[in-house]
Design a protein around this ligand. Structure first.
Ligand code: ZN
Length: 296
């Protein structure tokens, strides 16, 4: 699983970004597509790992990168761009593609990716799916033309654990959307490739997408159930984020994890408010920190 270079299919190789850490798991996965002299690279690592560039160079042999597709703007996916562009690993006309979004930093000289845009390389086709949620500019790529239908998931779905989310409503829609494509293999931005079947003969890739969806639905249900009860402070018009978090995650004690859980609960509350299932009450109309939340 931690092999720095792994051949996934005849024309697909994963090259590990060699930047392990608490947020990147074993590092960022980058993927090289194609078998001919011109290759396509998805994501570029964080740019601080000279060893990664060496690996990429060795993997390319005599071939050159002529297109770089970026799943989203985060530095661990885009940081390697300058070093790669300034190397002789790229052809002189190498082009960078990233979905341009007003709320996300752009990459100088890059071209936009639109929903459904197709990138062909040798026998493979990568079809872009705009999948906001982790970030507004996030794009996944559906790969066809090899034996199995594969999905490059970026940080929408990781090979293990759950991902950090900017905005839950689009995130859930993006998960539903990729589930519909029923891929047999997930090529995530971090963590191991998800493939094969489980003991019950169920496709692991589809199972993992469903688990991501079910996990969020379960949380949402817990939050709504909690809020159906009387607020912990008698007579209060609703629940605070802190109170809901303490009820939904009774076992956590680490302050850092509590803060992360509160952020997650807050994302759920914003989604439920947009869906008009709950309302926000400002106890002090001038202080957003005083917000309490109640069922409608
Ligand atoms: Zn990310």
């Amino acid at each position: 699983m931690n092999k720095p270079v792994e051949r996934i299919a005849r024309d697909i190789v994963r090259v590990l970004g060699l930047n392990p850490g608490p947020f990147t798991l074993q590092g960022t996965n980058t993927y090289l597509f194609g078998s001919g002299p011109r290759r396509l690279l998805v994501d570029t690592g964080d740019g601080a790992q000279p060893e990664y560039l060496k690996l990429l160079y060795q993997t390319l042999g005599d071939s050159r990168i002529d297109r770089i597709l970026i799943t989203h703007w985060h530095n661990d996916h885009t940081g390697g761009i300058p070093a790669i562009l300034h190397s002789d690993m790229v052809s002189p006309d190498c082009t960078i593609f990233k979905h341009q979004h007003k709320d996300c930093p752009n990459i100088d000289g890059s071209q936009d990716i639109s929903d459904g845009q197709v990138f062909a390389v040798d026998g493979l086709k990568l079809t872009a799916m705009l999948t906001p949620g982790h970030t507004p500019d996030h794009v996944a790529f559906l790969v066809s033309g090899c034996e199995q239908k594969m999905l490059v998931t970026g940080d929408l779905i990781l090979g293990q654990g759950t991902t950090v989310v900017d905005d839950l409503q689009p995130y859930m829609r993006s998960l539903d959307q990729v589930l519909e494509t029923a891929p047999s293999v997930l090529l995530p931005g971090h963590g191991p490739v998800v493939q094969g079947q489980d003991d019950q003969g169920q496709c692991n890739a589809v199972r993992v997408i469903r688990e991501y969806i079910d996990h969020r639905h379960m949380r949402e249900k817990q939050i709504l159930q909690t809020m159906a009860g009387p607020p912990p402070i008698a007579g209060a018009p609703g629940w605070s984020v802190e109170q809901i978090t303490a009820a939904v995650y009774p076992a956590i004690t680490d302050p850092q994890i509590i803060r992360a859980a509160q952020k997650n609960v807050h994302l759920h509350l914003l989604k439920l408010k947009d869906e008009q299932k709950i309302k926000r009450i400002l106890v002090d109309p001038l202080d957003p920190e005083s917000a309490l939340w109640a069922l409608i």
